[in-house]
Structures are given as structure tokens and as C-alpha cells.
Design a protein around this ligand. Structure first.
Ligand code: F6R
Length: 238
């Protein structure tokens, strides 16, 4: 799964060296980044002209906080490839004026234009940190994290109390502006979400269903995440 996802990113960069890649954090894409790094070392695929935009960042965490998404990206990808620091963009969760930061980030997304956006999916169907009920028209915004999301992400912190209550996230509309979208899902705990996504029903309370409104989405899932999918004949298996 990770190898295939990395191939999408690498192909994009080889085709257009100045590509804008939309990136995600969390457990799911770490294998993808490992594959990207390995390819960079073996085949010298260059990221010198690439720009990246991340989906989200916790409110209140500094970039040097080991639980911040900036720190995650530096550790898991950026410091292992030849990307320029100034070309890596992540919302600033420590901004004094969070609304101004959201507007700045949305403007940046518009100016850059994302070529390919990598997504994970929450058990509740969230994409980015757009929790169930978020309007599909949203641009980059501050969101209060669902209790279930804070619990799911508590594994990265010392305790649940330390998980921030809010985050800055690209909105659903911001995500849909990307030219191409790759959604990754791994493990049994994503099986219900993938079943619901495959049902093709558009539902505001299942944010990932907004992806049915986009013309170029690929879902890459492992067998466990497909456990409850009965219409896998529609899916391409690798
Ligand atoms: C991460 C993000 C989230 C995660 C989702 C799944 O930047 O925006 O939507 O993709 O919470 O997280 P994992 O991969 O840890 O299961």
C-alpha cells in the first residue's frame, strides 16, 4: 500500500519537478514517506523545486514540540530528502491571530495550486481534521477536535489531557481544489469508514463522502481496511 502510494507521489514529481504535494500526518502515511525516502536515496528523485502543503496542525504547539505535525514532517520526511525548508508549508498553530493564519494559509493554497493531495481517514470519516458535520464548503479553518479523535491520537502524547482541543485544518472545499487526491486506509479500525465511503452516499456527517464530488480520487487500502467492503469488484487490487 505504501509502495503504491509513494509511486503516485514520485511519478508526479518526475513528471513535474515543481509539483505542489499536499501531505498528511498520522500513522497511515509513514510507510509512504519511507518509500519516498528510499527512492530518493536510490534513484535521486529530486524535491529541490517541490513545494508541500500539509493538511493540518494542532493549535498551541510550537514547531519544535515533538507532538506537533511540523515536527512529525521534519522527522518522517523533510530532513531525509533535498526539499528546501522554505518550500514546506504547514499551518502555524501558535499564530496569535488564528483567523488571520487560516486566511493566509488558504490564500497560499490558492496561489500554489495543489497537484496531488495525500489523505488518511479518521474512524469517524474525517479528512484533514474536518470532523462530522463540517460543511463541504469550508476553507482553511479552526476546528474543535471530536473527543473520539483526541482519544485516537492520544497514543502520540503522554496522556489524553495533553492532546490539544483544536486544530487548524484545510477545509473540505480546500481539499477538493486539489487536482488529484489519494486516500490511504490501513487496518481493521478503518474498515467501517471504508465501507461507508464505498457506499457512495454523500453525507455531511461523513466528511470523506465529499470526495465523491471530486473527479480524480484514488483510494488505496489494505485488506484489513477492506474487510467490510462487499463491492470490492469495483476496486482495483494490486
Ligand atoms: C492527518 C490528518 C488526519 C489523519 C487521520 C488518520 O494530517 O489530517 O485526517 O489522516 O486522523 O490518522 P492515522 O493515519 O493516524 O490513523
Amino acid at each position: 500500500m505504501s509502495h503504491l502510494a509513494a509511486k503516485f507521489l514520485i511519478k508526479q514529481v518526475l513528471h513535474k519537478p515543481s509539483s505542489v504535494l499536499g501531505l498528511a500526518t498520522g500513522s497511515t502515511p509513514t510507510g509512504t514517506y519511507e518509500n519516498v525516502i528510499e527512492d530518493h536515496r536510490k534513484n535521486q528523485t529530486s524535491y529541490e523545486q517541490v513545494q508541500t502543503v500539509n493538511l493540518d496542525e494542532y493549535v498551541g504547539l510550537t514547531p519544535t514540540d515533538p507532538t506537533s505535525y511540523r515536527y512529525f514532517m521534519e522527522n518522517n520526511l523533510f530532513q531525509h530528502i533535498d526539499i528546501k525548508a522554505k518550500n514546506t508549508h504547514i499551518p502555524n498553530g501558535k499564530a496569535n491571530d488564528l483567523q488571520a493564519e487560516c486566511s493566509r494559509y488558504e490564500q497560499l493554497l490558492r496561489e500554489l495550486g495543489v497537484d496531488i493531495q495525500l489523505l488518511g481517514i479518521g474512524r469517524n470519516g474525517h479528512i484533514g481534521f474536518n470532523e462530522p458535520g463540517t460543511s463541504f464548503q469550508t476553507k482553511t479553518h479552526v476546528i474543535e477536535l471530536a473527543e473520539s479523535t483526541r482519544k485516537a491520537n492520544a497514543r502520540f502524547f503522554d496522556s489524553l489531557e495533553q492532546v490539544p482541543n483544536s486544530a487548524i485544518t484545510m477545509g473540505i472545499d480546500s481539499i477538493l481544489q486539489s487536482k488529484e487526491i489519494i486516500l490511504l486506509a490501513s487496518g481493521k479500525n478503518k474498515a467501517n469508514a471504508i465501507k461507508q465511503l464505498a457506499s457512495e452516499q454523500i453525507d455531511k456527517f461523513f466528511p470523506a463522502s465529499a470526495l465523491h464530488q471530486h473527479p480524480n480520487v484514488t483510494v488505496i487500502a489494505d485488506r484489513e481496511a477492506l474487510t467490510f467492503c462487499d463491492n470490492t469488484e469495483k476496486l482495483q487490487t494490486v
